[in-house]
Structure formats: C-alpha cells, structure tokens
Design a protein around this ligand. Structure first.
Ligand SMILES: Nc1ncnc2c1ncn2[C@@H]1O[C@H](COP(=O)(O)OP(=O)(O)OP(=O)(O)O)[C@@H](O)[C@H]1O
Length: 378
C-alpha cells in the first residue's frame, strides 16, 4: 500500500502540452488538484455525470496521462508509468471474470499470475471469500452464477492482492440488484476495515459514497470542491454546490445581506449564532440552511418567519413542507405533531445551522465572546 500524492494534477483532453495555459480552465476536464490520499484510508469520488471522476481515477491507474502536474506513489513519480507498472487493482462497473473457472480459481488468478506460493493463495482466497460471503460457492463455475455474485467475484479479484498500492473502484455496484446494494455497500466498508488498504471509489450516488468512505471528495465541473467526512459535508458544506448536492433534498439558499449577527433577506431577519463583520455585501452573498434544521409550525406557534405553504410531501418517516418566502421557494421539515391550519405558516431555523456563502464559498463566522459556535467543533 502506498500514499498517493496529486501534485497540481490537471487534464485537458484536447492534447494541451504539459504546462499549457492553465488560465483557460474551460478546456480542462480536470482542473488542478493538490491532494494526498493517505495509506489505508477509503475515499469516494462523488459528483454528477461528467464532473471528472473517471478522468481522475484513470490518471491514478495510468489509463490517462495528465496534461499537467505530477503523480507520486510514496516517493516514486509514476506520472508517465504505464498501468501495468503501477501495481494497482481495479474493479469496473461490469464483472471481469473467467466464466469457465470456478469462483476459487477466479479469486486465485491474480495471485497465481504473480507466482505466490500455493498455501498462501489458499489462505488469502479463503479470507476474501469469507469477507464477501463467497465461501458457499467457491467450487462452482462462475458461468452459472447471478450478475450480483459475478460482481462479488470481481470485487474479490480486486481485493485479493495484499501488495497493491491502491484498489480503485469505478461504480462497482451499477449491476447489483437494488435490494442487495445496501448489503454490499456495508460489506465493502467492513472489507476496507478488515484489509486496511487504500481504496478509491467512484460513484455519483451520495448514499454509496457516504456509506463506504472515510473521506468523500465532492467534484463538480472538473473541480474538487470539498474533501471531508460525511458529517463535514452535511454539517458544513464548504461550497454551495456541496450543500445542494449532498442531502435529500439539498440545502436551501437565499440571497442575503449580512450585518454582524443578522442576515437580512429582503425585510426578513435571521439571527445568526456567529458574527460576520467582514462579509462583503455583494449580490453573491447567500444564506444556506438544510431542510433538516428548518421547521414549519402552525401560525398559532407565535414565533417564526411567516411563509406561504405551497405543498406538503409525506415521505412516510418524515414530512417536508415546500413553502415560499416572498419570491423564494424553500423546503423545511414538518414535525409529526404539527397540523397546519391555513396557507400561512411559521418557519424556524436553528441559528447554529445557518451558513453564510460568499461567491459560493462558505465563510466562517466569529464566535461571540470566545464561545464555540453552535453546530461547530469546539
Ligand atoms: N476520452 C475523452 N475525450 C474527450 N473528452 C472526454 C473523454 N473522456 C471524458 N471526456 C470529457 O471529460 C469530462 C469529464 O468526464 P469524466 O468521464 O471524467 O466524468 P465522470 O464524472 O466520470 O462522468 P460519468 O459519471 O458520466 O462517468 C466530460 O466533459 C467528458 O465529456
């Protein structure tokens, strides 16, 4: 296992020469990224279709040579090394297995290829089969197995070598039956904990990313916008896109002006838990809050911001209220005990969960009298 360093890595598919004009970022499918992937950690690359996830994964595996920057495995510069000399295991969207071999032979294949001693192969195959629940089918031919089982074998083949620098997964659960996805997602997490390998997992599914990874790398339009734990992404989205993309539904945003501890949205005031003395009051200042921390109450509750109820969505275990605040549509939680008696309701948002964004980037408030901020680490 290795530590992988991305040192100013960027890529334009139009064949720009190394050191091309980085000013014209539109040409870059992957904008410059500096990051160190730590040995033994599990990362997920998460973002919408076309954001550059596969490009980044292919740069690490060697399928794409970046137009800019350096890629290091530990201290070794591998930027221009072909895939086969990088010592990487890869699992793709569709099973890559030998149908005529048994499951055990499939799992053993990458080890036999490298001349690993027979007993060591048997031990490792048994360990991986145990982790993926493949022991009962070890002696069956792969041909007759379901698509799910075949993809499990593919996963096993990716994990069987203990000497690789990293294991790369490119949307490996695409072919898995939705009912089994949950099981396999948590299984992969357990496998990572058991094997202690550097794993990088590409997906556009936030639940998959959050279940699997210690660190989620959120990308959009070729840029890495935030790298953080699932809790970081949910509680403190560093960029408005992260707020919008993570969570279901995503964050609410309102254009605002900020004066100290108060945000003004038109005539409406929101009290903040921190002070923002330096905020430039340009049109690009936004107030963001998650529907999970905003509550809609009946107007008889007395306190709150008056909003107009548009509709209620009953999702079974929770209810969401879509409301209008002037010209802006918002989503908030409708607590189970609340009955609304008309089209006007009251919105309450916990001050510690209000975030201020300038030009889409979250800015940190100053705590009042040295107190740690509500909802923030001390
Ligand atoms: N071989 C290629 N030649 C030219 N452009 C490419 C090539 N591969 C990808 N692109 C472009 O680069 C951008 C990033 O694509 P990439 O496949 O890395 O995104 P992605 O996030 O993995 O998307 P998806 O989830 O759909 O696979 C897209 O605009 C895509 O059209």
């Amino acid at each position: 296992m290795a530590t992988i360093t991305l040192d100013g890595i960027a890529h334009a598919y139009d064949g720009s020469p190394h050191g091309a004009d980085l000013q014209d970022m539109r040409r870059y499918a992957l904008k410059p990224i500096n990051h160190v992937w730590q040995n033994g950690r599990a990362y997920a690359l998460l973002g919408p279709s076309g954001c550059g996830k596969t490009t980044l994964l292919n740069i690490i595996s060697g399928l794409v040579i970046p137009s800019d920057g350096r890629l290091l495995f530990d201290e070794q510069d591998v930027t221009r090394l072909p895939t086969e000399r990088r010592n990487i295991a890869q699992v793709f969207q569709f099973p890559v297995i030998y149908d005529t071999m048994t499951v055990a032979e499939n799992l053993a294949f990458p080890l036999r290829n490298r001349g690993v001693e027979k007993q060591a192969i048997a031990r490792r195959v048994d360990e991986i089969a145990g982790l993926l629940d493949l022991r009962p089918v070890l002696n069956r031919r792969a041909r007759g197995l379901t698509a799910d089982a075949k993809q499990k074998i593919s996963l096993g083949r990716g994990l069987v070598r203990a000497d690789v620098s990293a294991v790369l997964f490119d949307e490996p659960l695409t072919v898995i039956d939705p009912a089994l996805k949950w099981e396999l997602r948590s299984k992969l997490k357990a496998v990572h904990q058991a094997l202690d390998m550097l794993m990088i997992y590409v997906t556009h599914d936030q639940v998959e990313a959050m279940t699997f990874a210690d660190q989620v790398v959120v990308m959009n339009d070729g840029r890495v916008l935030q790298i953080g734990t699932p809790a970081d992404l949910f509680e403190r989205p560093a960029h408005s896109f992260v707020g919008y993309f993570i969570g279901s539904p995503g964050m609410n945003f309102l254009p605002a002006t900020i004066a100290g501890r108060t945000a003004h949205v038109g005539d409406v005031r929101f009290d903040l838990s921190a002070s923002y003395p330096q905020t430039p009051n340009s049109a690009a200042v936004q107030l963001g809050f998650r529907p999970d921390y905003a509550t809609v109450l009946d107007r008889s509750a007395g306190t709150g911001i008056p909003v107009t109820l548009r509709r209620i969505e009953d999702l079974g275990r929770r209810r969401l209220a879509r409301v209008a605040l002037g010209a802006y549509e918002l989503v908030a939680t409708l607590p189970p005990e609340v009955e609304l008696s008309g089209d006007t309701a009251l919105l309450q948002v916990a001050p510690g969960h209000l975030h201020v964004y300038v030009d889409d980037h979250r800015i940190e408030g100053q705590s009042v009298e040295g107190q740690p901020l509500e909802g923030q680490p001390a």
